[in-house]
Ligand binder design. Structure first.
Ligand code: MIC
Ligand code: SF4
Length: 646
């Protein structure tokens, strides 16, 4: 077991109950929460359903950053609900235009040693400042807001020892891409990545935050840096020295695994279509023509990144063959760039300045043309996430993005022929906390007609007559299950949003998943989803559990299910099962019946569950499933989800 690590110290300081054995559930106290609009509407509806009069945390913040296109009234309806429910429940409200939740939270509220959970998978950005920041489903965040502890599997700690120093044109983004090439996006569930070693002090906090942000793509619980003099300096720049606390691992700390990365050996890297772990060096793909470059997001939308881009572009013009879009991460970042003239350099070079927020990262505009290459400084390039079917999205550092924007093709920035600009860190960062709206208890909650209710599940039947509605392969992300982009405005309306579950697998002229699942449900049967390895990667969106549940799905069986998605399934009364024999995955097909007899009695901690597979020709086969359910999880599942529990 990892001893003397930052991870262990923070867990010990927040321990409520449970085991300290890796993999066993441990409950920790949560100091801070954050929500964003796309997951927040459901989280606050759930908070209301729990009859919570006011939040019970040190700090809870509600951000509006994802969904700001306002195509139709739904978005603004959501914003008004979020603004008024925040005021009513004691939550600080960050209005649209203020910034991306992770960027702003790091700048204004990140504090070493604190715990934070957020209804967004990139909440680990806070690990850059030494906090234990974890992504979770909306219901878990609502429970934390109500003052309840949060459960995680007691983590294994992967220590990443950093040595050396990054060379010019090589960036923190290349470090996390390197780690993704080693650990990949699967097989890391239940671990926390902790950085240590002499290379740590060479990385300023925003660069550490780029690394912890994209650590989400590893599928780990979170990633964390120590809190040191660099952290202190950054908090002073943010006028928040009082939040500083030193925190580092003991010299003899024990990690479950150690990976060493020499920063001086890092070269510009790119994640190729369509997974963040498909890594090549930029040199290897040099010369590939590019049509679009996009810079920003919670990974690379901070002041240092955008200032570097502006300085590299100053006095030059981007290639006429590309479009360059820039979405600043926060209003303070945009304001600083405007005040010091760097914004003018970006505009003069040909950049299109987009709204402060997530924008194209979540498919809100800027979808690429068919068959073209899009280069992004973002953290995810899952197929179709850009809004274009068959898209070819690459993920790179801001340094590489500049080189591509100038040349119109993949170019190693070290070959640009001029020196990498050195961004002078401002003595003080611009900030204007007046934009955060303070709670006002008693505020009337505005609920326009597009705001629905969180749907409830039924108690688990003892005889479960299941039918396989879909069988999918490896690495199915929550973007595959519940597409975002143009559908984001339906997040507060489950009946409407449910129609697009697994939309990317709909074949022309054939019934959609939603139609098939509803038919199974209406025939009195339970829907079953079959996945393979690493099912439910990516976003924390609990809609990937709620909408299938609304369509009658009761079981998801796979070889492995990712942490946040598994928790969301349990919260909404769907049983996550794991094939005891991976070969059984091959035996099952869409349309097969999967029957569970005496299921309520079968569900017990650590005991497998037996199902009976019945094929169309009547052949039968017994299938054994394991499950990771704790006693509390089982109570919830039997009741049909957490909202049915007292
Ligand atoms: C994402 O990057 O996929 C999102 C959109 O921020 C999601 C949250 C959501 O689906 O609303 C995430 O990362 O959890
Ligand atoms: Fe927003 Fe993209 Fe970050 Fe998700 S990953 S929070 S969509 S910027």
């Amino acid at each position: 077991m990892a001893k003397g690590t930052v991870t262990q110290k923070i867990i010990d300081a927040h321990y409520v109950s449970g085991s300290k054995v890796p993999g066993e559930p441990v409950a920790i106290r949560i100091d801070q929460t954050l929500t964003q609009d796309a997951t927040g509407t459901m989280a606050y509806l759930e908070l209301e359903a729990m009859k919570t009069p006011s939040v019970n945390t040190e700090l809870s913040v509600s951000y509006v950053d994802h969904n700001m296109m306002q195509n139709g009234p739904e978005n603004r309806n959501d914003h008004l609900y979020l603004q008024t429910v925040a005021a009513n429940k004691g939550v600080l409200f960050s209005p649209p235009g203020n910034g991306i939740c992770h960027q702003l939270h790091l700048e204004r509220f990140g504090a070493p040693g604190k715990t934070l959970i957020g209804s967004d998978s990139h909440t680990p950005t806070g690990g850059g400042v030494g906090m234990m920041a974890i992504g979770a489903g909306g219901l878990d965040v609502a429970l934390a807001m109500a003052g309840k502890p949060f459960h995680i599997p007691y983590p294994k700690v992967i220590g990443v020892k950093l040595t050396g120093k990054l060379s010019p044109w090589c960036a923190a983004k290349d470090v996390i891409l390197k780690l993704l090439s080693i650990l990949t996006t699967k097989g890391n569930v239940g671990s926390i990545v902790e950085y240590f070693g002499p290379g740590v002090e060479t990385l300023p906090v925003p660069q550490r935050a780029t690394i912890t942000n994209m650590g989400a793509e590893l599928g780990v619980t979170t990633s964390i840096f120590p809190s040191d003099e660099t952290t202190k300096k950054w908090l002073i720049q943010q006028n928040r020295e009082a939040s500083f606390a030193p925190l580092c691992a003991d010299c003899d700390a024990e990690y479950d695994r150690v990976i060493e990365i020499d920063l001086s050996e890092i070269v510009p890297l790119a994640a190729c279509p369509s997974s963040p772990d498909q890594i090549k060096t930029v040199a290897e793909i040099a010369g590939t023509k590019v049509d679009q470059v996009l810079i920003g997001s919670c990974t690379n939308g901070g002041y240092r990144d955008l200032a570097l881009v502006a300085m590299a572009l100053k006095g030059k013009r981007i290639s006429p063959n590309v479009t360059l879009g820039i979405a600043p991460g926060s209003r303070p970042v945009l304001e600083m760039l405007s005040r010091n003239g760097l914004l003018a350099d970006l505009v003069a070079a040909g950049a299109r300045i987009l709204e402060v927020g997530c924008g194209p990262c979540i498919g809100q505009g800027q979808s690429p043309a068919n068959g073209t290459v899009s280069v992004r400084t973002f953290n995810r390039n899952f197929a179709g996430r850009t809004g274009t079917k068959g898209d070819q999205a690459y993920l790179v550092s801001p340094e590489t993005a500049v080189a591509v924007a100038l040349t119109g093709e993949f170019t190693d920035p070290r070959n640009l022929g001029f020196d990498c600009p050195v961004v002078e860190e401002p003595e003080k960062f611009w900030s204007d906390d007046e934009f955060f709206q303070k709670p006002a208890p008693g505020t009337e909650i505005i609920r326009k007609p597009t705001i629905g209710e969180p749907p409830l599940n039924n108690a688990l039947p003892d005889e479960l007559n299941g039918e396989v509605v879909i069988k999918v392969g490896d690495k199915i992300t929550t973007d595959h299950i519940m597409p975002a982009g143009v559908h984001l405005k339906l997040r507060s309306n489950i009946p409407a949003y449910s129609k697009v579950v697994f939309e990317c697998f709909t074949e022309a002229g054939k019934p959609s998943f939603a139609e098939r699942a509803a038919a199974v449900r209406d025939a009195g049967k339970a829907g079953v989803i079959i996945g393979r390895d690493s099912y439910g990667q990516g976003s924390s969106r609990e809609h990937a559990a709620i909408c299938p549940m609304y369509l009658g799905v009761k079981i998801v069986a796979a070889l492995a299910i990712e942490r946040i998605h598994r928790a969301n399934l349990i919260n909404f009364g769907i049983i996550p099962l794991l094939f005891a024999d991976p070969a059984d995955y091959e035996a099952i097909e869409q349309g097969d019946a999967l029957l569970f007899h005496g299921l309520r009695g079968q569900l017990a901690v650590g005991k497998p569950v037996t199902g009976e597979l019945v094929k169309a020709d009547g052949t039968k086969k017994e299938i054994i499933f394991n499950h990771p359910l704790s006693g509390e999880d089982i109570v919830m599942i039997l009741a049909g989800g957490r909202l049915n529990c007292p």
